[in-house]
Design a protein around this ligand. Structure first.
Ligand code: SF4
Length: 296
């Protein structure tokens, strides 16, 4: 089988780096998955975390690289404190999380390691993994890479960060973000179908699209709400997040949190669409406590 790390085109950056030969591209990551943190996480949407927590695996690196990244401690490349984990050790880690009572396996930012991570999920299912598997990603994902997870992943949790190419260029150097993200979410919905919750109100399958409200981004946010509600309605879950926290490197508009009035206005706007499958984060729950204690 072709080694997809040898001429890496796993994400829309299409660097062509030979990661099998020690070269790196925009994501700055090797071909072996690097994991920073594995834990039961209670900070996801209630349909994901529930009372028992989501079995979360935080991968290092990211191919989008937003300048305001809320996980900036681990997203900018290797921290030097992560652990290289191949498909077998990842599969064992998923089973351990299942034994600890996790509601699901939650793979955070795995796309730049997609071939090995997909293989790890396939392996885990052969040795006893029963709980749903979720991929938690930036939305800047190629359909061809998402297809590696087809039939293996039950839940996708992509971001839809920007509508405007002005914002996506300025904040993520990705002028094509919105069109790439639209195709990616179409593919995710094709793979999982509509949202299904179990008798305890936990998600079993489907797509949860997350939108983080940015300071000064209210009109962009409205466009995204319009797009998602008109295209998918209650076939997907929409999660409107107000937890934006300025990182030390943020300047200008990004140096402050979005106002409560802006977040309230967007919450009202989403409610006015009649979208039932929606989660609106409480403004007062936002802040640094939502950011895990990474090894950095
Ligand atoms: S996954 Fe990394 S190396 Fe591969 S194309 Fe994307 S940024 Fe480049």
């Amino acid at each position: 089988m072709e080694d997809l790390f040898a001429n890496c085109n796993l994400c829309p950056r299409r660097c062509g780096a030979d990661r099998t030969a020690g070269k790196t591209g925009f994501c700055r990551m090797p071909s072996v998955p690097v994991v920073n943190l594995i834990k039961l996480h209670y900070g996801e949407e209630p349909v994901v975390s529930g009372a028992d927590g989501s079995g979360t695996v935080f991968f290092e690196g990211c191919s989008l690289g937003c300048i305001f990244c809320q996980n900036y401690g681990i997203s900018r490349g290797p921290t030097g404190h992560g652990t290289e984990m191949d498909k077998d050790s990842l599969a064992d880690a998923y089973l351990k999380l299942q034994d600890e009572g996790a509601n699901n396996i939650n793979l955070v930012t795995p796309m730049h390691f997609a071939p090995e991570v997909a293989a790890s999920v396939a392996k885990a299912k052969t040795i006893g993994l029963k709980i749903p598997v979720a991929v938690n990603c930036s939305g800047y994902d190629l359909v061809s890479t998402l297809r590696l997870f087809d039939g293996l992943v039950d839940i996708y949790m992509p971001d839809m960060k920007y509508f405007s190419s002005k914002f996506s260029s300025e904040y993520s150097h990705a002028p094509d973000y919105f069109s790439v993200c639209c195709s990616a979410i179409d593919e995710m919905v094709r793979q999982t179908g509509s949202v299904v919750l179990d008798e305890d109100g936990l998600i079993r399958k489907g797509v949860i699209v997350r939108h983080l409200i940015l300071p000064g981004g209210i009109f962009d946010s409205k466009h995204i709400i319009d797009y998602l509600t008109s295209r998918y309605g209650d076939r997907i879950y929409i999660s409107l997040m107000s937890q934006y926290t300025p990182m030390p490197s943020c300047t200008g508009k990004l140096a402050s949190k979005p106002s409560k009035s802006a977040c309230d206005a967007l919450a009202d706007y989403l409610e006015s669409t009649g979208q039932a499958n929606a989660f609106i984060q409480d403004y007062d729950s936002s802040g640094n406590e939502m950011i895990p204690d990474f090894r950095i």
